[in-house]
Design a binder for this molecule. Structure first.
Ligand SMILES: Nc1ncnc2c1ncn2[C@@H]1O[C@H](COP(=O)(O)OP(=O)(O)O)[C@@H](O)[C@H]1O
Ligand SMILES: C[C@@](O)(CCOP(=O)(O)O)CC(=O)O
Length: 304
């Protein structure tokens, strides 16, 4: 997608929660106990935690959108592992922005929330396409193009779980993205052919998802993974997971996110899902069978 082709993204039923309490005075405190992240900032919006940079960018963007952010303590917890290709930065930014906006009494539209979360994504990885915030905020299963945004929604979406496994290798999003741009620039005419193939895969996969044809979706995921391997973003660990899933009966498996680590997703007939989960568990410490096409970001509770 970094080179202009479309991508399909789905919201997974993997939730990030932010709980915000108003405080009588500064600083704003943002904490994520699982990440060991703690940031206390005055009105200048800076703190020593590098990991908090995207979160501070979100607070800044809220102010830019005329949300009068009050001093607050916010605790973020996520079911998603961080830096594993599953969009944890977009979901934590969306949770933080929604909680602080609610506290400020400002109802943000989804479009406003999207613009705010994009500032967090820019701080996290430079030149994001926006696909992660779109999936997180709008929910469902979407077709996305960098520059154009959501160019289609696929309903009813997938009605079987996607099996997700984390390879455990952490990486930044920007490094593999830059390597792909460089690689595609060096392969001459093949570049356009590969982008053309991806475009065809997206059209066929959109139809297959609409029809609920798991076998077709699986085949297309396998072809897509082959292309991602060819452009150099797979790793031995990701290959091991992809092949373990297929050996256990998955109809398809591919790496997800930017690559060079992070996670794979696999799809299987419902009766094979448990076999795939247990096969992956031999190679990964984090394996889940998750709802695809889940609901987008929402405020769960507000009490005054
Ligand atoms: N549970 C969490 N609580 C607070 N912030 C989080 C959490 N998970 C991720 N983040 C934010 O997202 C950043 C990770 O972003 P990134 O490496 O791009 O991962 P991903 O590929 O999962 O989006 C962290 O540095 C932090 O700012
Ligand atoms: C690789 C890419 O398409 C998605 C990156 O997602 P993640 O940060 O790996 O979850 C980059 C982008 O779209 O911004």
């Amino acid at each position: 997608m970094v080179n202009g082709s479309r991508a399909i993204a789905t919201a997974l039923g993997l939730w990030t929660q932010a709980i915000a309490y108003e405080k009588p005075s500064w600083p704003i405190e943002v904490e994520s106990p699982a990440l060991g992240l703690r940031c206390a900032t005055g009105p200048e919006l800076s703190c020593s935690s590098r990991e908090a940079t995207p979160l501070l960018a979100v607070v800044k963007a809220l102010r830019g959108a005329d949300v009068d952010v009050p001093p607050a303590r916010v605790i973020i917890s996520s079911e998603a592992p961080a830096s594993a290709g599953l969009g944890s930065s977009a979901s934590s930014s969306a949770a933080l922005a929604s909680a602080l906006a609610e506290l400020a009494g400002a109802g943000l539209s989804k479009e406003e929330l999207y613009r705010v979360v994009m500032e967090g994504e820019r701080a996290a990885h430079g030149n994001p396409s926006g696909v992660d915030p779109a999936a997180v905020i709008y929910g469902g299963t979407i077709v996305f193009r960098k520059g154009a945004g959501v160019v289609g929604t696929i309903s009813p979406g997938l009605s079987v779980p996607l099996i997700v496994a984390d390879s455990g290798a952490r990486r930044s999003t920007s490094a593999p993205v830059l390597s792909v741009i460089r690689f595609l620039d060096r392969i001459g005419g093949l570049r356009d052919s590969m982008i053309g193939l991806v475009e065809q895969i997206i059209d066929l996969a959109s139809d297959a998802i609409r029809k609920g044809s798991l076998e077709d979706i699986g085949n297309l995921m396998n072809i897509n993974h082959g292309l991602l391997s060819a452009i150099g973003v797979s790793t031995p660990e990701l290959e091991e997971l992809v092949h373990a899933a297929r050996r256990a009966g998955a109809l398809g498996a591919k790496l997800t996110g930017a690559g060079w680590g992070g996670s794979i997703i696999a799809i299987a007939q419902p009766e094979k899902t448990n076999d795939v989960v247990s096969a992956l568990s031999a190679h990964s410490r984090w394996v889940r069978a998750l709802e695809a096409g889940a609901e987008g970001a929402r405020v769960v509770e507000a009490s005054y």
